[in-house]
Design a protein around this ligand. Sequence first.
Ligand SMILES: [Fe+2]
Length: 408
Amino acid sequence: MGVLFLVCESSSAPVGPRQFTWSPSYAATLASVVLLGPAGAAIVGVFAALRLRRGLLVVQRVFNGAMYALSAYAAGRAFVAVGGRWGVPHQSSFPGIIGPFAVAALVHLVVNHGLVRGVLWLTADSSSKQRLPAVVDIRLMLSDLGYAAFGLLIAALWSVVGPFAAVLVVIPLFVARWAMRQYAAQQSAYEATMAALCKAVETKDFYTRGHSERVSKGSAMLAREIGMRANRLEAITYAGMLHDVGKLGVPTKVLQKSGRLTEEEYAAIQLHPMRGLEIVREIGFLDEALAGIMHHHERLDGRGYPLGLAGDEIPEFARVIAVADAFDSMTSTRSYRGARRIDQAIAELRKWSGTQFDPALVDAFVTALEREGWERPAPIDPPASSPVGVTAQDHDDPTAPLQVVENR
Ligand SMILES: [Fe+2]
């Protein structure tokens, strides 16, 4: 069992961002609870200290060994306490063993995750990097609980095939681990793609640094408020990030022009949602996000661009992004004005609610702001030597429409 545990633990797959990894070792500890009892399971847990991975500090090895030993022991005690009898189970042990096993799996999960959370909290200092997104955390706990069930399978097979049970069960576990690794790799490729595109847009304009991320954050806040499903929520964060990617197709001198724009220049700016769509259209995972990018400057009264859609014709993603986009623009410093206060920006959103913005979404955004708060970006001054230019007129600012010459 110790060898099985070590094999599982040493082949953990990365999950989500950074150093979080997942391994099917729960199956081994829970099988030990049934086959070996509390003390035996604790000894199997100690094998975590031997995990084959370079770069682990002694203190981390000691922590891992102690953590797994403790959680396995607690699970074993719980198993016995609710009437489970350890040893190789027989046909007659079923279904009676299932209840105690479920309790043991739950106790193991709570103790194990509790200790991990605890040590992350104690060592958190300023590196918020260590925080795992809540969604990943719940997925991780559910999959741990699910794979714990394989422990019972190992124990049950043991009476028939002996130690070979471990080999039989480990094969599907490794297939699962391989799938998780693929998923994690795909996720980080998505994130890198997003980041690269955002960087490219922001090199065009000093003042819009961080704008993409904040619009993404604001859109997600609003989407959560209106109860958007998890997969659409993910898509809208991408859409928020990339909404202005089409600026890459607008000449920099037009973006940075401070006087009135000629009609051609204004038309070039109005083309940016279409250009954005052209740039990212082939990225398959963007899906519904594409509609958000293409229509984020439509207005409810039909006077927006590029298509002049009105009311419900405007995709929901685009209506959400429009609110977050204007709000972030108003609460950020621009070369022609300072940042507005949150309450001023809310008043502006309300003023344009019904003509430019969807009133229901403005209300939902204000509710979300009241609950979650909003941090305005610190004013930034472009260094004199910066090669990055500054947009003189912000196309996202509803209070200062772009100035266009009427007759050339
Ligand atoms: Fe835009």
